[in-house]
Ligand binder design. Structure first.
Ligand SMILES: *Cc1c(COP(=O)(O)O)cnc(C)c1O
Length: 405
């Protein structure tokens, strides 16, 4: 925990020599980022744990009846898992290593007294699970998702103690990252699959969906809720079983720019529709990933090279699209590269450090004249960024620095 940098900043302020206003980057400011870069070197990936707690509380405030299962794949840093666990979060994992990150970090935490804790604290939300994984998970009696016939047989044979959640395919019009081409049973097959699981001696506890990531078209959620309600009713009517869990997945949008509607609007619609469609004893789960972590992280990188090509200034920095900026490829989000320095700007290109021309962060950043050694930063880079960073060309992922306010 890097309390020191903030403390230093406070001390400096008290001295009160020349008080210049510090430009704010959310709650982290430029001065702090420069301090951290001086202390740790670059590139650094700064995680603001207070912001993380704020995001969690905001989600809970707007959706008070929804239990939060943080989708670990968005940012699997163990300190994030610990901070979220301490304030009550549960977790959505999608691989055995992700399961172990959560399990090993929360296993011995004091709040964890329940015997059957895993039912409350982890959902394994990958509908496709290797046989070895099922065998390793079975003793924990995990909650797992499925969406097809072959998976039912695998679970029957290798993890019969699991509780099952059927994932259905729902509309995802307008979401930034779509998931429905890869996952989810067609709603028309849902009841048959649930019946088949019961016939094989398994227990289906719930239904789940994912409307696609960074979902700004809230109609997707509304249609998904209606589809779920229809299926749950038909399961009761046709096979006499009660579905107790509804998992509304992720997709909750982040305000990457001011035009994106806030969670408040979505939450109001969700709360109303959930109340209208489901009995009050239905357990509602959500698996927010991006929403909890995107704005908690800031990247600081350094200019390591400079050239002029076709009249355009080109900067080479020590992080790129194989690393923290990988979200530009996999997550379709652009992260503006911002200068610490002020001055007249020019359209400039910014490249990552590897020997691949694909490692281009932007061809059109508005940047002042930068020198080798100058620092730049990118905000809101906490989701699907560091998590998909590689070691390509020998460049390791950015060093993680934690901030606790
Ligand atoms: C990726 C994923 C999430 C998280 O999605 P966000 O859009 O980041 O909230 C949740 N559930 C499942 C099953 C996922 O695959």
């Amino acid at each position: 925990m890097t309390k020191t940098a903030l403390d230093t900043k406070k001390k400096r302020k008290k001295k009160g020599t020349e008080e210049t206003p510090v430009p704010h980057i959310g709650k982290i400011n430029k001065e702090l980022l420069l301090d951290l870069a001086a202390k740790h070197g670059t590139p650094i990936f700064v995680i603001d744990h207070e912001k993380l707690r704020e995001n969690y509380r905001e989600f809970r405030r707007h959706l008070p009846d929804v239990q939060v299962y943080f989708a670990v794949k968005a940012n699997s840093n163990p300190e994030i898992v610990k901070t979220l666990f301490k304030i009550g979060s549960s977790f959505d994992v999608a691989s055995m290593p992700e399961f172990m990150i959560v399990y090993e970090n929360i296993r011995d935490m004091p709040k964890n007294e329940r015997q059957e804790w895993i039912w409350d604290k982890i959902i394994y939300a990958n509908t496709i699970k290797p046989i070895e994984t099922l065998e390793a998970l079975d003793k924990y009696k995990p909650l797992v998702t499925f969406d097809n016939h072959h998976e039912i047989l695998k679970i029957r044979d290798h993890a019969p103690h699991a509780g099952l959640v059927l994932r259905i395919r729902v509309p995802n019009t307008g979401s930034m990252v779509e998931l429905s081409s890869k996952f989810g049973a067609h709603p028309g097959e849902a009841v048959d699959l649930i019946a088949e699981a019961f016939d094989n001696g398994l227990v289906v506890e719930g239904l789940s969906f994912h409307v696609g990531s960074q979902c700004t078209n809230f109609e997707n959620y509304m249609q998904a809720l209606q589809l779920s309600a229809n299926i749950i009713k038909e399961v009761e009517d046709r096979i006499g079983k009660k579905i107790r869990i509804l998992d509304i997945g992720g997709g909750f949008p982040v305000k990457y720019h001011p035009g994106i509607r806030s969670i408040r609007t979505l939450a109001r619609k969700l709360n109303m529709e959930i109340k209208r469609l489901f009995p009050t004893d239905m357990q509602i789960l959500a698996e927010p990933g991006r929403f909890l972590v995107a704005n908690t992280c800031t990247l600081v990188a350094k200019v390591v090279g400079k050239a002029v090509r076709d009249g355009k200034p080109c900067y080479y920095i020590n992080d790129g699209v194989y690393h923290t900026y990988s979200g530009q490829v996999f997550d379709h989000i652009n992260y503006p590269v911002l200068p610490f320095k002020e001055g007249e700007t020019q359209i400039s290109a910014v490249f990552g450090p590897t020997c691949d021309a694909f490692d281009t962060i932007t061809l059109s950043a508005e940047l002042p004249d930068l020198e080798i050694g100058d620092l730049v930063y990118s905000e809101n880079i906490g989701a699907y960024s560091h998590a998909s960073s590689t070691y390509f060309n020998g460049f390791p992922p950015a060093k993680v620095v934690h901030i606790n306010r």
